[in-house]
Write a protein that binds this ligand. Structure first.
Ligand SMILES: Nc1nc2c(ncn2[C@@H]2O[C@H](COP(=O)(O)OP(=O)(O)O)[C@@H](O)[C@H]2O)c(=O)[nH]1
Ligand SMILES: [Mg+2]
Length: 229
């Protein structure tokens, strides 16, 4: 059985890589910066999106793709903020893939946007394996999940450009050592940016927004350099 299953999984991932490369080209041509936002359920992905929308209002044009197993609850939260949100229901699937994103972006005018954030399905395992064509993977770990998570779910920590440690407002009430999260993450990924935030109080949000704006500008600069060449 194992000998049959392994090539099948490899083929699925290779097909996904080809579609992700095509998405990436489409994003580059449009000059739009794209994030694949991942975490376990409830760590604060939609909350970070809401805070980010508020923080970027009037500065950057943003859209969201919402990946959920079922329901359009999160997409509605985003639309309430006046931002376009495309819902993908995976109907039981535990992650998004590049094909789903290719279809979802058809309903967006990418050329009129600066940043697209894709909220992946809540899961610390499978989403990390599927490239969507994003520029950066950003993961959120809530302090309520515990400081052992880099040890137990290393792949997402290894592949993410950014770790957002959320719910720091709850630190006085729980046992979680943020310094230990930092050290354990560093051992897996020496280049990861780490932000400590609270989506409830808004603390740490300024540094996250500053980082995001720099990334968006980087894509714009690259596009204008290509135009000059
Ligand atoms: N105390 C606290 N609660 C938060 C924070 N961020 C999110 N939450 C709460 O955590 C729950 C899950 O948040 P949500 O953004 O829906 O998580 P998602 O499933 O990852 O999209 C909600 O009840 C939020 O209000 C935070 O920084 N502090
Ligand atoms: Mg959500």
């Amino acid at each position: 059985m194992g000998q049959i299953e392994v090539p099948v999984v490899r083929n699925i991932l290779q097909a996904n890589e080809r579609l992700a490369a095509s998405n990436r080209r489409r994003f580059q041509e449009a000059g739009i910066y794209v994030i694949n936002l991942m975490s376990s359920p409830g760590a604060g992905k939609t909350s970070l999106l809401e805070k980010t929308i508020d923080g970027l209002a009037g500065q950057l044009r943003m859209a969201v793709i919402e990946g959920d197993i079922q329901s359009s609850h999160d997409a509605e939260r985003i639309r309430t903020k006046g931002v376009q949100a495309v819902q993908i229901n995976t109907e039981g699937g535990c992650h998004l893939d590049a094909n789903m994103i290719q279809i979802a972006v058809e309903s967006l005018e990418l050329e009129n946007l600066d940043v697209l954030i894709i909220e992946n399905v809540g899961n610390l395992v499978c989403p990390a394996e599927f490239d969507l064509g994003e520029h950066d993977k950003v993961m959120i770990l809530s302090v309520t999940e515990g400081d052992d998570k880099p040890l137990k779910y290393p792949l997402m920590f290894q592949l993410s450009s950014v770790l957002v440690i959320n719910k720091v407002d709850l630190l006085p009430y729980i046992h979680c050592d943020v310094q230990l999260i930092r050290e354990r993450t560093r051992q897996l990924n020496g280049n990861q940016e780490i932000f400590e935030v609270s989506c409830t109080s808004g603390s740490g949000m300024d540094l996250w927004l500053e980082w995001l704006k720099k990334k968006v500008q980087g894509v714009k600069d690259q596009l204008s350099r290509q135009g000059e060449a």
